[in-house]
Design a protein around this ligand. Structure first.
Ligand code: ZN
Length: 87
């Protein structure tokens, strides 16, 4: 495993969500929501708080993307860490 950060306490994993930033460029991360969205999700998408990923649910779908000039896509690993997702 590579990376500069170590977590001594496995109970304090960060969970990506509102307010988290892209590990690559520092821009805000937006969760990508798959499946059929409800009314609230449409409103959140209008505000740019979430992105609607469509109904096609695939294991390798990214779960977050950042709002940087070049969007970086991420998904969460088994331990909650962010993994770069290229597509
Ligand atoms: Zn980014």
């Amino acid at each position: 495993m590579t990376g500069t950060r170590r977590s001594e306490d496995s109970s304090s994993f960060e969970t990506a969500g509102k307010g988290d930033s892209c590990p690559t460029c520092g821009a805000v991360l937006i969760p990508i929501v798959y499946g059929l969205p409800g009314g609230d999700l449409f409103e959140q998408a209008e505000r740019g708080e979430v992105e609607l990923g469509g109904c096609l649910v695939v294991d390798t779908n990214p779960q977050f993307h950042c709002r940087g000039q070049v969007a970086h896509y991420w998904r969460r690993g088994a331990q909650g860490q962010l993994i770069a997702q290229v597509r």
